[in-house]
Each structure stands twice: as structure tokens, then as C-alpha cells.
Ligand binder design. Structure first.
Ligand SMILES: [Zn+2]
Length: 162
């Protein structure tokens, strides 16, 4: 098994989000997130690695960079209405309306932007990228999304091993 500690390996991003409907987290606020990753699989290739640290770090760093300094919004939220108005995204949740420049936003294919759903998003993205690079030795990927130090949500995605 291979393990990356996001705090020490520099796998971080600072972003804003909204947990729509939550009494305290339902307003726009931010976190300094860091991402821990575990890969479990058979050691393979010339160096008998589960996966070269360089490769998995680059993958996770690229995903972090996509989210960094953006307002993260959930494309699949069942109660948020979105409308693109030129270079501005209008969105509405119950009686709250927002207009934010599109360049300030990243819209992710998840139902909410809780740490739980961000962990699912990261695990799916990492799985896709490893698959595209030809990896077939990974049994599972575990991602912890930490909203600051000491609290995080973890998700484990099982992969098909050939
Ligand atoms: Zn939050």
C-alpha cells in the first residue's frame, strides 16, 4: 500500500463552498483543504512499485490546482437552479440568489460540496487518470478530504483489477 499525507506532501487547496440549507455552513465560506490518499494494489513493473510517488502526487496536485482559489459548486444538487448569463453564473437555492463571475467558479459533478462528496469526486478523478495511464494493479483508492487539520471525510473506491 502506498500512502500520501496531504499536509506534508503539499496536496492542498484553498477554496470556498456553500453547504446549501445548513444552518451555519449555508453561507459562502472557505477552508484550507488538504488531501490524504492511499492506494492499495499489487506491486508491479520494473521497480515493484504500487505506483510511483511522482505519478500519484502529480495526479492529486493537478486536481487540487483545478479547485484552488475557486468557489466550488455542486452541479448535481437537486435543489439548486443554475443559469449561465454571459460571463456570470446565476444560481438560486430556495430564496437565496447569487451572481458570481464564471471564472471564479468550478462546477463539479457531485450532489453537494461537503468533504464527503469531495472525497468521492477526488477518488473518481484519480481512478480515471490512473486508468488512462494504463494502471491495472490498483484494488482500491482511499481519499480523505480534510477541512483544516483534524477533521476530514474519507471515501474508498474499489477498482476492477485485471
Ligand atoms: Zn465548509
Amino acid at each position: 500500500m502506498l500512502e500520501l499525507n496531504g499536509l506534508h506532501a503539499g496536496l492542498r487547496f484553498s477554496s470556498a463552498h456553500i453547504v446549501f440549507g445548513h444552518p451555519t455552513c449555508g453561507v459562502i465560506h472557505g477552508h484550507s483543504y488538504y488531501v490524504d490518499v492511499k492506494l492499495y494494489g499489487e506491486r508491479a513493473g520494473k521497480f515493484k512499485f504500487v505506483c510511483d510517488f511522482k505519478i500519484i502526487k502529480k495526479i492529486v496536485k493537478e486536481i487540487c490546482d483545478k479547485l484552488d482559489h475557486k468557489l466550488i459548486l455542486p452541479k448535481n444538487h437537486e435543489k439548486v437552479y443554475y443559469e449561465l448569463r454571459d460571463k456570470t453564473l446565476y444560481f438560486k437555492y430556495e430564496n437565496k440568489e447569487y451572481c458570481i463571475p464564471v471564472e471564479d467558479i468550478i462546477l463539479l459533478p457531485i450532489p453537494s460540496t461537503t468533504a464527503e462528496d469531495l472525497a468521492v469526486y477526488f477518488a473518481n478523478e484519480i481512478a480515471d487518470r490512473l486508468k488512462n495511464l494504463g494502471f491495472s494493479n490498483i484494488n482500491w483508492i482511499e481519499v480523505s478530504i480534510n477541512e483544516g487539520i483534524g477533521q476530514g471525510a474519507c471515501y474508498r473506491k474499489y477498482l476492477e483489477v485485471k
